[in-house]
Design a protein around this ligand. Sequence first.
Ligand SMILES: *[C@@H]1O[C@H](CO)[C@@H](O)[C@H](O)[C@H]1NC(C)=O
Ligand SMILES: *[C@@H]1O[C@H](CO)[C@@H](O)[C@H](O)[C@H]1NC(C)=O
Ligand SMILES: *[C@@H]1O[C@H](CO)[C@@H](O)[C@H](O)[C@H]1NC(C)=O
Ligand SMILES: *[C@@H]1O[C@H](CO)[C@@H](O)[C@H](O)[C@H]1NC(C)=O
Ligand SMILES: *[C@@H]1O[C@H](CO)[C@@H](O)[C@H](O)[C@H]1NC(C)=O
Ligand SMILES: *[C@@H]1O[C@H](CO)[C@@H](O)[C@H](O)[C@H]1NC(C)=O
Length: 499
Amino acid sequence: MSEKSMVPSRFMFCVMVISMFLLVLSTIFLLQFSSHSLIPRSVLELIIVNNSSFYFTPDFKKEQIMLPTYPSDDLKVQTLKPRDSDWKVSNSSQKRSSVEQKNKKMNRVCDPTRALLKVFMYDLPPEFHFGLLGWKGSVNQTWPEVGNPSRIPRYPGGLNLQHSIEYWLTLDLLSSNTGKAGQPCTAIRVQNSSQADIIFVPFFSSLSYNRHSKIQGEGQVSVNKMLQDRLVHFLKGRKEWKRSGGKNHLIVAHHPNSLVDARRDLASAMLILADFGRYPVELANIKKDIIAPYRHLVGTIPSAESPPYDERPMLVYFQGAIYRKDGGIIRQELYYLLKDEKDVHFTFGSIGGNGVNQASQGMSMSKFCLNIAGDTPSSNRLFDAIVSHCVPVIISDEIELPFEDVLDYSEFSLFVRGTDAIKKGYLLKFLRSIKRKEWTKMWERLKEITHHFEYQYPSQSGDAVNMIWQEVARKKSSMQFNSHRKNRYNRSQRLVKTN
Ligand SMILES: *[C@@H]1O[C@H](CO)[C@@H](O)[C@H](O)[C@H]1NC(C)=O
Ligand SMILES: *[C@@H]1O[C@H](CO)[C@@H](O)[C@H](O)[C@H]1NC(C)=O
Ligand SMILES: *[C@@H]1O[C@H](CO)[C@@H](O)[C@H](O)[C@H]1NC(C)=O
Ligand SMILES: *[C@@H]1O[C@H](CO)[C@@H](O)[C@H](O)[C@H]1NC(C)=O
Ligand SMILES: *[C@@H]1O[C@H](CO)[C@@H](O)[C@H](O)[C@H]1NC(C)=O
Ligand SMILES: *[C@@H]1O[C@H](CO)[C@@H](O)[C@H](O)[C@H]1NC(C)=O
């Protein structure tokens, strides 16, 4: 909250600096080049003609009913791909800030040329996606009707749900050109792959792993392996794949064991993963791939009902298996260090079935929730803590976090190095030193960012689906940057070679 009190003065300072700069610029350019200005004419007009439009106060009132206004980085991200047309407002009744126009646009049907990301999706046979959910369309029907949410096949619940990212992204693409107003204009499906920014592979790899890993008969392979083999064969034969050796493809493999047979063949693609724990760095890394949040298993606490500091009697909550194979040693040590403390709560096992309610209660009654490395660096626990507004304590040195380029996790989580956490008395001393005021600030921030971790259909501005598309756009643009730099000397090199 104290952030906000700083904003006006800093903001006013920026406004003054910018306006001085633009005034000088505009004078020079208007005098010298008349209409050939570097800055689009409309921007100058906007500033010169109407100083009140300088304050960029978009009229959110209408949108607030449908879309909550998010304090976060959505707007910052949308400016990533500025389009000239947004500025070509030559008519005084349209002179508005670009921000306002963009927010207005959200309530209109998305125009593909304005979408942040144009996505081509292969029409893979249903056995690769909704068929795995038991869906059967009519003859030759590849996709379910998505117009009617009650007729969309459901993803199985329980622990499966935490890796359901594949499902939400596919649904979002399917509905992106149904012409339904109200959805954010972020990713839109295009039919011509040459016009796409990225090629999406709609294989439900996590579900395939969870449901179809059993080997049927002797000498046979599992459905999961068979699907992966067919996928590799299919992709390697496509002109879209050959065009860039797969680099322009997006494949979801959120379960750490999904895509295990095909990952070596498909690793040039951009992967959407839970973490890099089971990948060698040459197959997957943070430069090329995207970390997506788990779908949380406990229910989100509405902000207004979230218990504050004094109504969370438990200091620390941890739920999970205590004895883990790799990297999980630390859990065991912590358990022995903390088990006799009175305001520390340890729950064993994963939270399937009835455990969900218990975990939800436990987390919402606790000030801090431990997220300790297990046999993989990440787990759904972090996201369960976030939606319970229980300040996450992350003890996992190798963890990679979703959307960390736009979210500063230190504002709402605590990080403790593994070597420190197992020092006797260290952790509790540290947590007890975080007093009510400091904790409350993190709790307030948690409530603000929770929506970034929600998967839903239809997707909404700033939710997890939307954040993932924005991340894809950013990753793609940084990859492009690197590849363009590599091209710098190609022509002169050619001359050198021929001489
Ligand atoms: C300035 O902009 C505001 C809001 O965008 C508008 O209501 C007002 O009429 C404008 N004034 C002029 C002089 O254009
Ligand atoms: C510009 O802003 C000043 C101060 O807010 C106001 O007095 C003036 O009327 C405004 N001019 C226009 C053209 O909107
Ligand atoms: C300005 O835009 C409005 C709405 O788009 C339109 O009705 C009007 O005719 C335009 N005026 C001029 C001068 O182009
Ligand atoms: C299904 O597709 C096949 C091959 O493309 C075609 O011959 C057949 O007529 C289609 N059936 C229907 C019901 O559209
Ligand atoms: C797809 O787009 C490319 C490039 O814009 C164009 O040359 C091609 O004709 C298009 N193909 C179809 C089938 O529309
Ligand atoms: C330019 O050269 C680099 C390095 O030799 C190569 O990787 C890249 O593919 C070339 N680019 C083009 C467009 O030929």
